[in-house]
Each structure stands twice: as structure tokens, then as C-alpha cells.
Design a protein around this ligand. Structure first.
Ligand code: ATP
Ligand code: MN
Length: 465
């Protein structure tokens, strides 16, 4: 095992003149006159360690195997590097080849691979510059999320992955069953779920929110952070069948408190990643999306705007009357589409915007009904370049009103018995929101396809690896 000190990330910080040993995979190899250069990377940093091998120092058969893709241990001495881009390089004295990689067949060549091709070699794309940067950022982001909530006393809850509740109609669900649905017993027309593994229909969870509410009503401030599943049969660059969600839930909290926490949260995690992964972000800014750094720094430092849905619709209608052509019509009661969201955050306010108090008809049944009886205490956080990044609400904590909403949505009261009981025993105003981790990743990196910010994407027709 590499000790902390031995990672390339740390070797690169050391002064010339010390003995050092590095282990990693060869990114590229270049042969000069009487000298060979190897770019070695162990995943610890964007920057490779340059290994310099003077002719004659290592046996020919060893050198012959030290090609792109091979896994090596190199020991020698750190020396000042005359080349640009690094302070030190490793002058090799000894090389051990753990595993060679035939240069004629190694799939990851130096340049020119498309993202689509790299997806097909997900077992090797992790060694490329782009995916090295993606997964270091994903790691830093995950840690920042935990740190933000832990610093504020939030309890981390593991919501179940197999769910017996029909959550919220958030999307199409994956059924979990051990029954052979293709071959029902003779004479049986429909599935008898009492015979199924759990004795009832179950599915992979689409959200941990309802379970998080149970915990908030005992632990005050909680968050879930785990995988969620939606059988969306749409091939878009923004949807996965399996993705990760972060869902804080706070008791003694209303929509205002929820909105303020969401703003603080976004600023915190962006600032953390900016500080922890400067080289990776620099790469995304140069090679993937030239506005990444600028927008992130902007979001981390600006005060978010907030306005009710009704006002947002006025602004969008005014734009239409002024000649703006909306693909999707704007009127009070219509859901805001991406074009509307981006207009508000990119052109009108030029900073993150929180839209609140949406019409009840277009939002979920569990959202708190305002006194106007037309709108609910929902909020969407909109950011430049993406549109909606967070959705949340104050929850309906009044028993009778919640029951009305459940019925009005055509849901079955008995499926929500425990959710209703939380309103019967020790109910309290509470609120929370959800952030899709991969959407946040796209925002941080500028990567255009959500399949390229998760280690192993699951999408319609694709579950290799
Ligand atoms: P969208 O309109 O983009 O499909 P949604 O309204 O279905 O999103 P929510 O039900 O509010 O989304 O889910 C909470 C968050 O989870 C979203 O804001 C988004 O960040 C993320 N999310 C939702 N569906 C997916 C998906 N299929 N793949 C990846 N992330 C998703
Ligand atoms: Mn959706």
C-alpha cells in the first residue's frame, strides 16, 4: 500500500535531492537520445510525475515493458526539473514492472478519444486526464457535502434502497420482485403480490425524503445521501436510471430557513471544491467548458435572488410581450421549463435565483399549502448554465390538509398511514430539499453528459461494468 507520503501528489511537493519511490500507471512514454521519459500517474493528482531514465540504468527487458498503460514501481532520486510544468522529476535508479500493457492493443491511446468511446472502456477511462479529474472532483464534492452537514449537527440517515411506499410519483419506478411475472400460475390472471418476497409490491427508491422526514421528527436536522433509481425511458444527457441524491430535512424550519440553508450549502460545497481541486478545475475550464471557473466563483460569492413564482411568470410574460419567443407557453399555472429558468438566472438577475410558492397543481402532494390555497411552499434553486439544480419545500405538517391532498392526488390513504401518523403525533413545521449529485457534478466540471460524471452509468439499454 502506498503511504500518504508516497503519493505522487506529495512527491511533487518535495525538494530536489531526496530519495523517492513512486508507483502508478504510465500515461505516456517518450524516448530521447540516451534518455527516456515516462509520465507516471497514481490518481492522486492531475499532474503526472515525470520519470527520467538515463540509458543503461535499467535492464533493457524492463525498459521494453515500461510502456503506456503499464503499472510500475520506480525508485530513485528527486531532482530539479529543467522542463516546464513541474518543479521536480524522478531520476530512476530502479524500475519494477508489476503489469505490462501491450502497446499494440492497449485501448487508451494518448489522444483523440471521444467521450462515447471512453464510456465503452469504463474499466480504463479512469486513467485518462478527464476522468481522473472527474472522479477526484466527485470525491471532494461528496466529502464537502458530509462536512457541511456534520459541521452543523445534521444526522446522516441511510434511507432504504428497496422501498414499499409509492413515494410521490416522482418518476417511473423499477419493480423489485422474485416472482416470475412472465409465467403466472395457470389460471391466474394477475400477479398475487402476497406471494412475493415482501408480501407486497416493492420498488427501488426514487427518493429518501419521506423516510428522512421520519428521522427529522426525532433527530431535528438530518440528511440522506445515497443512490436513487428512476426508470426514465428517456435518453437525455441529464438523466440516469441510477443516480445519487442528497436530501436534508429540518424540523423547526419553514421555507425561508430552507432557502437560506440551500444557499449556504451550495456556496460551501463550491468553495470547498474550488479550494481542494484547483488543478482539476483548471483543466475543465481550459478543455471542457471555458466558463466553469467564472460561474463557480460568481455563485460562491453572490447573494442569491429570490422571488415568488407569480412574479417570475410576470417577468416571463413581459419578455414574451417584448418579443421573446418561448418554445413552451408561459401562463400562471404552467411549470417553468429550462428556457424560462435559464432566462431568469442568466439574463434577468445574472445570479442564482430561488423561485418559491408554485401553484399547487404542478407540485407534489406533501408541500405546505399557503393561505391563498392556490400555491404551495415549494422552492427551486436556479443557477446559470443549468437551470434547476435544487428542488425543495416546506412540508404539509397539518393532518387534515395532508389527508385532503393525498386524496386529491388520487393516492391511497392506507399507503401513507405512517406518513399521516407523523402529523398526528408531535407534528411540527419542517422542510427540506434535494440535490442531484450528478447534476451538481455537471455544474462543477462543465461535462456535457451525465454519463460522464458517474463511475458506471446506468441508462436505457446500458448496464455494462
Ligand atoms: P427533471 O425535471 O430534471 O427530470 P425532477 O423534477 O424529476 O427533475 P426531482 O424529482 O425534483 O427532479 O429530483 C430531485 C433532483 O434529482 C433533481 O433536481 C435533479 O438534480 C435530480 N434528478 C432527478 N432525476 C434525475 C435523473 N434521472 N438522473 C439524474 N439526476 C436526477
Ligand atoms: Mn424527472
Amino acid at each position: 500500500m502506498i503511504e500518504k507520503d508516497g503519493y505522487i501528489r506529495n512527491l511533487l511537493q518535495k525538494s530536489p535531492g531526496v530519495a523517492a519511490e513512486a508507483r502508478g500507471w504510465v500515461k505516456t512514454r517518450r524516448d530521447g537520445k540516451g534518455v527516456h521519459f515516462i509520465q507516471l500517474n497514481d490518481g492522486s493528482s492531475f499532474q503526472d510525475l515525470q520519470v527520467v531514465i538515463d540509458a543503461g540504468t535499467v535492464p533493457e527487458p524492463t525498459l521494453a515493458q515500461a510502456t503506456t498503460g503499464a503499472c510500475l514501481r520506480v525508485s530513485g532520486e528527486l531532482v530539479a526539473s529543467p522542463g516546464a510544468g513541474q518543479a521536480v522529476e524522478l531520476k530512476a535508479r530502479e524500475i519494477e514492472v508489476y503489469g505490462p500493457a501491450n502497446p499494440a492493443t492497449y485501448p487508451l491511446q494518448k489522444k483523440g478519444h471521444t467521450m462515447e468511446f471512453l464510456r465503452e472502456i469504463a474499466h480504463l477511462r479512469t486513467r485518462s486526464n478527464t476522468f481522473g479529474a472527474v472522479f477526484r472532483v466527485r470525491n471532494a464534492l461528496s466529502f464537502a457535502i458530509h462536512r457541511f452537514f456534520q459541521e452543523r449537527g445534521f444526522l446522516y440517515v441511510h434511507a432504504p434502497i428497496i422501498s414499499g411506499s409509492d413515494a410521490e410519483g416522482a418518476g417511473r419506478m423499477f419493480q423489485v420482485t422474485t416472482l416470475d411475472l412472465m409465467n403466472l400460475p395457470r389460471g391466474q390472471a394477475s400477479v398475487d403480490y402476497t406471494q412475493d418476497f415482501f408480501g407486497k409490491p416493492t420498488n427501488l427508491t426514487v427518493s429518501g425524503q419521506l423516510e428522512a422526514e421520519i428521522f427529522a421528527l426525532a433527530f431535528s436536522n438530518v440528511y440522506t445521501f445515497g443512490p436513487t433509481f428512476r426508470a426514465e425511458n428517456s435518453n437525455t444527457p441529464r438523466h440516469l436510471a441510477e443516480f445519487w441524491m442528497v436530501e436534508p430535512e429540518m424540523a423547526f424550519c419553514d421555507l425561508d430557513g430552507n432557502r437560506r440553508l440551500a444557499e449556504e450549502f451550495l456556496k460551501y460545497i463550491i468553495a470547498y471544491v474550488l479550494e481542494d481541486c484547483p488543478a482539476d478545475l483548471d483543466f475543465f475550464n481550459k478543455r471542457i467548458e471555458s466558463t466553469v471557473l467564472q460561474t463557480l466563483e460568481h455563485v460562491a460569492t453572490s447573494d442569491f435572488e429570490h422571488l415568488p413564482y407569480t412574479e417570475a411568470v410576470h417577468i416571463l410574460e413581459k419578455a414574451r410581450d417584448g418579443g421573446r419567443n418561448w418554445e413552451f407557453p408561459v401562463f400562471w399555472g404552467a411549470d417553468l421549463q429550462s428556457e424560462h429558468e435559464r432566462y431568469l438566472t442568466e439574463e434577468v438577475f445574472r445570479k442564482p435565483v430561488v423561485v418559491t410558492d408554485y401553484p399547487r397543481e404542478i407540485k407534489a402532494f406533501y408541500m405546505f399549502l399557503n393561505d391563498d390555497e392556490k400555491t404551495v411552499r415549494a422552492m427551486d434553486v436556479l443557477v446559470p448554465r443549468i437551470g434547476e439544480i435544487i428542488g425543495g419545500s416546506q412540508r404539509e405538517d397539518r393532518y387534515d390538509l395532508l389527508l385532503d391532498r393525498i386524496r386529491a392526488h388520487g393516492l391511497r390513504e392506507e399507503d401513507y398511514w405512517w406518513y399521516l401518523e407523523l402529523r398526528k403525533y408531535g407534528t411540527v413545521p419542517h422542510a427540506g430539499f434535494g440535490l442531484g449529485l450528478e447534476r451538481m457534478m455537471m455544474y462543477l466540471t462543465g461535462m456535457k453528459n451525465i454519463r460522464d460524471v458517474i463511475p458506471f452509468p446506468r441508462t436505457p439499454g446500458s448496464a455494462e461494468f
